[in-house]
Ligand binder design. Structure first.
Ligand code: ARG
Length: 470
């Protein structure tokens, strides 16, 4: 049996917990990350106890000093949890008792680990979300700058990973920025919904002591107190929702990673990775591997696992608190920490990518990528698209039999396929023409892409600013 005198709940038990129970239930090895937030909550709670007349002036001063001292020691590492501390709350109460003696035991009045942990996790995640948004903004900026530096470079636009129609390479890069901006929007929406405080809910029913949940909420930067104490301690929507956004962000980073892996192959050769952002092989001296892009792709798997795992953990839980909910933390910490590793690495990789514009220029029109332009040229001359599609398809077939591209056909070849194909069709057999022509909103025309560039550069700056605002 473990002798655990620091337990927060020993009174009615004749014996201590079995080792197997102690080992199963201990969470301090991961929830120690919540320590700074737990201490902020404790300071707010101490002030409320003081206003309720449950701590006198001198006690409040000593309590706040001790909490500040403990916070400094936690951050310097001078105060650490021990093997006997069940969780972060237990460890910090021990720290307070070591500093204040019996006075330290007054802080627990009116508070339970149930409202405490829910509050801590919200505070932690609201902070983490700001760090994530700052890193996403850096990646957005890196992609926008790469697009700006290559504003005139065309690329083979693809569907089914086959040459489809010419696009600007910048258009393709910016297509990776838009999903990130939506992720930031989602995180900001999430933040507004999560800005409500559970503190004051106690175990589940509120407190008979004259506390002031609205005051603690405001002190902790929340918009107010959660209006139902049972919901306050049971709700983990903010965890599931955050994990969904993290998983979707992970999927977006994975799709970007996959494209960079392709672009860096010798078959594509669209980009070269900078030495500092690629790795070598232990056996093949020539290798330059896109490990950052691959890890970005790989991490998406565990992020998807985290949201799935937490939803499954929650689905059958009766209200209010159940210990199952302790399982919410590791996925959250892991999602935050993995994303904080991946995002800066991707931003560095993107900002240092060398774009092979000659190769992009040369391969953009290949694979008969201008066939749609021929069909649309015919449509402008009154040919029904159904027929125009067939005619252009016949040209492609002819090219394939000769192993040439559309612009290499002779004038006579065009008219032989269809009399309506006079040689002026050559006017649309250019990449520039194909790009310029797609000038409606959302199109790949250089003028439209320039508009996108300007708008997204501004959005990224605004995202960075939000991340540092209180
Ligand atoms: N470590 C616990 C958790 O993370 C803290 C809350 C414990 N509450 C309780 N009633 N045992 O969920």
């Amino acid at each position: 049996m473990t002798d655990a005198p620091r337990r927060l709940w020993g009174g009615r038990f004749a014996s201590g917990p079995a080792d197997a129970l102690a080992q199963l239930s201990v969470s301090v090895q991961f929830d120690w990350r919540l320590a700074p937030y737990d201490l902020l909550g404790s300071k707010a709670h101490a002030r409320v106890l003081h206003r309720a007349g449950l701590l006198d002036d001198d006690e409040l001063t000593r309590m706040l000093d001790a909490l500040d001292g403990l916070a400094a020691d936690v951050s310097s590492g001078a105060f650490r949890p021990t093997a006997d501390d069940e969780d972060v709350h237990t460890a910090l109460e021990r720290g307070l008792l070591e500093r204040l003696g019996a006075l330290g035991g007054k802080l627990r009045a009116g508070r339970s680990r149930n409202d405490q942990v829910a509050t801590d996790l919200r505070l932690y995640l609201r902070d983490a979300v700001r760090q994530l948004v700052a890193r996403i903004a850096e990646l957005e900026t890196a992609l926008v700058s790469l697009a700006e530096r290559n504003a005139d470079v065309p690329a083979p636009g693809m569907t089914h990973l086959q040459h489809a129609q010419p696009v600007l390479f910048a258009h393709q890069l910016l297509a990776h920025v838009h999903p990130l901006t939506r992720d930031v929007d989602r995180l900001r929406d999430w933040d507004a919904r999560t800005a409500w405080s559970p503190l004051g809910a106690g175990a589940l029913a509120g407190s008979s002591l004259p506390l002031d949940p609205e005051a603690t909420a405001r002190e902790l930067g929340f918009r107010g107190a959660i209006p139902n104490s049972i919901d306050a301690v049971s709700d983990r929507d903010f965890v599931a929702e955050f994990l969904f956004v993290a998983a979707l962000l992970g999927v977006h980073l994975s799709r970007l990673g996959e494209e960079v892996c392709l672009w860096a192959t010798s078959e594509f050769s669209w980009v070269r990775l900078d030495d500092a952002f690629s790795t070598g092989s232990s056996i093949m001296p020539q290798k330059k591997n896109p490990d950052i892009a691959e890890l970005a792709r790989g991490k998406a798997g565990r992020l998807i696992g985290h949201v799935t795992g937490v939803l499954a953990m929650l689905k059958g839980l009766p209200l209010a608190y159940d210990r199952d909910m302790q399982e919410d933390k590791e996925p959250v910490f892991d999602a935050v920490e993995q994303l904080l590793l991946v995002l800066p690495a991707l931003a560095g990789m993107v900002s240092t990518l060398q774009v092979n514009s000659e190769r992009l220029e040369a391969t953009t029109p290949t694979g008969h990528a201008l066939a749609t332009d021929v069909a649309e040229w015919l449509v402008r001359r009154g040919v029904p698209f159904r027929d125009a599609h067939e005619i252009s398809g016949s040209l492609v077939q002819l090219c394939d039999t000769r192993g040439i591209e559309l612009w290499q056909l002779e004038d006579a070849d065009f008219t032989a396929v269809d009399a309506r194909l006079d040689p002026s069709v050559r006017s649309v057999l250019s990449v520039r023409g194909a790009l310029e022509a797609r000038s409606a909103v959302g199109g790949t025309a250089p003028s439209r892409v320039a508009e996108q560039l300007a708008a997204l550069a501004e959005t990224a700056t605004e995202h960075a600013a939000w991340a540092t605002r209180d």
